[in-house]
Design a binder for this molecule. Structure first.
Ligand SMILES: [Zn+2]
Length: 295
């Protein structure tokens, strides 16, 4: 909030004319306005918080068809499933397919703006350089998480969109880090956190806080309705041994926002207004999470 000409003008006028009561009134007015502005600053819900945003994947390598998979170098496997197309969509490739990296970037950028408007600091973890080899991918993904570590982010939100050859697969999915007997890495199937084969360190603060953040995100996503249309949750909260959530030291949640191979999910994700609401839900979840956290 800002106060500009009127108080100063009246102040000057009342001093010149010797109108003491008006002078007092103007002084009190100014104190109230300054008080409001200080108060407003103090109540910015994310002031003092650092939120790392990982917009999953990156643009395709030169020469790689835009639609071959979700994220160019990323391994969102569609296993031959036909890609849905949205010709003319601002996020679509020339062939009409909306790539995962474009979706996650759009959602991530929107989230970044909301968080910063609420006084939070953000760390953008996506890297420009791309190494297409498996070792290069591992290095890339770990380097992204290291960016969040270096910035001492309080939480990391890792945004992805899913794909499957099975028409039955739809819904959003929340994944936190766990290690399994058979270590699984990005591209493999995550497991419900309570199932055998997924062994998170349940005593660690990272695990408990990641779970808490995942539940806050789940709560907000479950309420998200766009003209009565919604993306439902797929299963419970999952665990997986993935490079980014595994390397990050802070509470981290990977969110698959829906299946890009499911017509219902993808029709929603392709809409700007839905993505705006989705981002708002993430933002609210982050605010909910920090509301119970000491600074
Ligand atoms: Zn992905």
């Amino acid at each position: 909030m800002q106060y500009e000409i009127p108080p100063f003008f009246i102040f000057y006028w009342s001093v010149m004319r010797g109108h003491i009561p008006i002078l007092f009134a103007v002084l009190i007015w100014s104190f109230i306005l300054v008080g409001c502005s200080v108060h407003e600053n103090d109540t910015l819900p994310l002031k003092g918080r650092v939120i790392a945003i990982e917009a999953g994947h990156e643009p395709s390598l030169p020469g790689q068809p835009c639609h071959t998979n979700g994220g160019g170098v990323g391994t969102s496997s569609f296993n031959g499933a036909e890609r849905l197309t949205y010709p003319g969509n601002p996020l679509a490739c020339p062939n009409g397919a909306v790539p995962e990296h474009a979706l996650t970037e759009d959602i991530g950028r929107k989230l970044k703006r909301l968080i910063e408007t609420a006084g939070g600091k953000t760390v953008w973890t996506r890297l420009d350089e791309i190494e297409a080899t498996p070792e290069g991918r591992e290095r890339n993904l770990k380097a992204r998480a290291e960016k969040a570590n270096k910035a001492e982010a309080d939480v990391l939100i890792d945004i992805h969109a899913n794909g499957s050859s099975s028409p039955a697969d739809s819904g959003y999915l929340l994944i936190i880090h766990c290690t399994g007997v058979d270590s699984i890495h990005e591209g493999n199937t995550p497991l419900p956190i309570d199932s055998s084969g997924c062994y998170p360190d349940r005593t660690s603060e990272k695990f408990t806080k990641s779970l808490e953040l995942a539940r806050k995100i789940d709560y907000r996503l479950a309420q998200l309705s766009y003209n009565g249309r919604r993306i439902t949750k797929k299963g419970e909260i999952y665990g997986a041994d993935l490079w980014v959530p595994g390397t990050a030291r802070m509470p981290t949640v990977l969110v698959e926002v829906g299946f890009m191979t499911d017509r219902h999910d993808m029709d929603l994700l392709a809409e700007e207004e839905y993505r705006r609401m989705l981002t708002r839900a993430f933002y609210q979840a982050v605010v909910d999470y920090f509301a119970g956290e000491p600074k």
